[in-house]
Each structure stands twice: as structure tokens, then as C-alpha cells.
Design a protein around this ligand. Structure first.
Ligand code: MG
Length: 380
């Protein structure tokens, strides 16, 4: 049995600082604080709306494509897998995986880019991690005693830091999130679990969409070609489609195993004895091995060149940006047309931020309905 890293995990019995909530809340005997957070996250409206947001494909319809919700579930299962294998806090890893995409606007990265561009003209920016924090701290109104979901500091810190480091110079408002320290391993692994999930899913959905061809993928994506060779040797006479699918699953396991093994190796190499050692280390320790990292980058480059920027998706991105920008500008000019709840927030939050909040929360289908309605109004 390989050694686990429980001595470096966020413990459920200690690390009181990470259990702190903004507002006092009773502890439940039958739930750990992070299990309580999990409950708050899955019951948030922003979480449920992930079902109506796509990641890669916005206009092509297939019941088989991942939505952000099903992607999130895939990230949860990988994150829990890694956390359990390493002896880390699986409740924290699960809560962080569940919440990791909650700040994404409709239309994937095209929507995020357009929202960021629109906000820039008003001296603001859009960042999905910081927007996720805004949702859980402020935006969701589900409880009598407070605004937001009143999550633990451990989960809020993970929301801020799971995928990148912020400096206090650039973001003084984040000063309470221990920005000079690395996040715990439970948060570090979320970004990699996310990568593993979409490196598998985007090849799968890409082929399903017809935008990628299995032969081309197998010629160009080294890591999948290696996996396919192993799988094909094991099963002769099986149709290519099934072998491709089997190879994708195998690849997901290879990536996951590598993350587990390499993280353990890194933590042991620095002789870390406690969470404090993980936090004090200059770099993140939950990373792939150099060999797998090179293959990951090679696949990512392929997806970027062949799928994300292909002609058909580029056309969708242009349309998505047009939709977001038109709506944003419409409400800048006519703030009284915003729903009342949003209009009332303008005085404290500022008009541009309120519009961004409204747009970011929309599902792909809802934003298209809004766009169609506003186009009709403009034409009149
Ligand atoms: Mg994600």
C-alpha cells in the first residue's frame, strides 16, 4: 500500500481557520463543515443553471455533449479519486470540484471574453474565479440570516486559488485569502482534475460533433495514440469507435494515476510533514510528471488548433460575442429595463457590474431569448 499524505491534508478536526464562515452558523454533528458547504453549493440556483451552459459547443445540438453540470460531475469523480488515493480531505476536494465552474457565463470562453471586454470599457474586469466568489459571498440569496452561501474559508480560498495565484497588490480585496501561501493540495488538484476531465471529454464530444475525426486524432494526439495501441492489442476484431472510447477511458486513468503518483513523489521530495509545508512551498506540488505534462500540452495544443479555433466554432464565438455585447450595451443605455432585483443593486454595485452579474448567470438558451427580444425592441 503506497503511503498516503494525510499528514499534509486539511483535517476535519483541526485547521479551525479554514472552517471559519463569514456569519456564525451552527455545526452539525452528522456533517463535516465541508459537507455542509457541499449542500449549500448543490442547492444554489447558479449551480443548477450549469445544466443549461455548454463548454465548447454552443449551437450544435446533441443530447450527448457535456454541459457544465455533467462536466462538473466528471471533475468531482476525478478529484475525489485523487483525494482518496492520496489520503487528502475528500469532502473539501468534492465541494471545490462542485463549485469550480459556478462563475462561468453562458457560451464558454467566448462569453467570458465578451463580458470581460464589455466591462473593460467601464474600468472593470470579468474573471470567472472571482465571479464564483461573488456568487457564493454575495449573489445567491437563499438564507434568512445572510447574503451568499456562507461557505467556509477553506472552500472560498479554494475558489480563489484553485487555478491561479493572485497577488494582493493587484487584488487588495482578496487579502483575507492567504495570497502569499500556496493553497492546500485539495485545492491544487482541482485544476488538474478539471484538465483531465476536459482533455477526455473534448476529444469525445469533438468526435461526436463530427468536427474531429478519430483517425486524425489518433495520428496527432500522442497520449491517446499510445493508449489506443494498448487497447487495440488487447481487443482484436472490435470496431474502431468502441476502441476509441475505451482508449479515452484508459487515457483518463493514465492521467489520473500520473497526478496521484507525481504529487506523492513531490510532497515526499520536499519532506513535507504538515499542511503548513505545502503552503510554504514556492511552487504547487500537485502537478503531472514532466513526461505526462509534455503530452498534456501536446493534446491541448491539438484541441486548440483543430477544435476550439476551427471555422465552425469560430463562427459560433463571433455570434456569442455579438449576443453578449449587444445585451450589455442595451442595458447600459436602458438600465430601467433590467429586472427589478438587478436594478435595485445598481446603487451599491454599479451599473456595469450588475449587468455583468445578470448576463453571467444566464444559461445559453435564456440569453438567446433575451437577445431575440431585445433585437425586436431595437428594430421597432
Ligand atoms: Mg471546469
Amino acid at each position: 500500500m503506497p503511503s498516503n499524505l494525510h499528514h499534509c491534508a486539511v483535517a476535519n478536526s483541526a485547521d479551525q481557520l479554514l472552517f471559519e464562515r463569514v456569519y456564525p452558523a451552527p455545526r452539525h454533528a452528522s456533517q463535516t463543515p465541508f459537507q455542509q458547504d457541499r449542500k449549500h453549493v448543490v442547492q444554489a440556483r447558479a449551480f443548477r443553471r450549469l445544466a443549461g451552459k455548454t463548454q465548447v459547443f454552443t449551437s450544435r445540438a446533441s443530447d450527448h455533449f457535456r454541459s457544465r453540470l455533467t462536466h462538473t460531475i466528471e471533475v468531482v469523480q476525478i478529484a475525489r479519486n485523487v483525494a482518496v488515493a492520496l489520503g487528502l480531505n475528500e469532502d473539501l476536494a468534492e465541494a471545490l470540484a462542485l463549485v469550480h465552474d459556478i462563475g462561468h457565463p453562458p457560451f464558454g470562453h467566448a462569453g467570458e471574453r465578451a463580458l470581460d471586454q464589455s466591462l473593460k470599457r467601464h474600468g472593470l474586469r470579468f474573471d470567472h474565479n472571482l465571479h464564483a466568489l461573488r456568487i457564493v459571498e454575495h449573489f445567491e440569496q437563499r438564507y434568512v440570516a445572510y447574503r451568499g452561501l456562507n461557505l467556509t474559508l477553506g472552500v472560498r480560498e479554494g475558489i480563489v486559488k484553485h487555478s491561479r495565484d493572485y497577488t494582493v497588490q493587484q487584488h487588495p480585496e482578496l487579502a483575507g485569502y492567504l495570497l502569499d501561501q500556496r493553497p492546500p493540495l485539495e485545492a491544487q488538484l482541482i485544476d488538474l482534475a478539471d484538465e483531465i476531465a476536459y482533455l477526455t471529454a473534448d476529444l469525445d464530444d469533438g468526435v461526436e460533433s463530427g468536427l474531429l475525426k478519430t483517425d486524425h486524432v489518433l495520428d496527432e494526439v500522442e497520449i491517446l495514440a499510445d493508449c489506443y495501441e494498448v487497447v487495440a492489442k488487447k481487443h482484436s476484431g472490435i470496431e474502431e469507435k468502441l476502441l476509441f472510447s475505451e482508449a479515452l477511458q484508459f487515457m483518463q486513468n493514465v492521467l489520473t494515476e500520473d497526478l496521484i503518483t507525481n504529487t506523492r513523489r513531490n510532497v515526499e521530495a520536499i519532506g513535507a510533514q504538515a499542511l503548513a509545508d505545502i503552503r510554504a512551498h514556492t511552487t504547487r506540488l500537485a502537478v503531472f510528471s514532466p513526461k505526462i505534462e509534455a503530452k498534456r500540452l501536446q493534446e491541448k495544443q491539438y484541441l486548440y488548433n483543430t477544435l476550439y479555433t476551427c471555422e465552425e466554432l469560430s463562427r459560433e464565438h463571433v455570434k456569442a460575442e455579438e449576443v453578449v455585447t449587444t445585451l450589455f450595451e442595451y442595458w447600459i443605455a436602458q438600465p430601467e429595463e433590467l429586472p427589478k432585483g438587478y436594478f435595485d443593486e445598481i446603487v451599491t454595485e454599479g451599473l456595469a457590474r450588475v449587468i455583468a452579474d445578470y448576463i453571467a448567470g444566464m444559461t445559453d438558451s435564456f440569453i438567446l431569448l433575451q437577445y431575440a427580444a431585445i433585437k425586436r425592441t431595437i428594430r421597432r
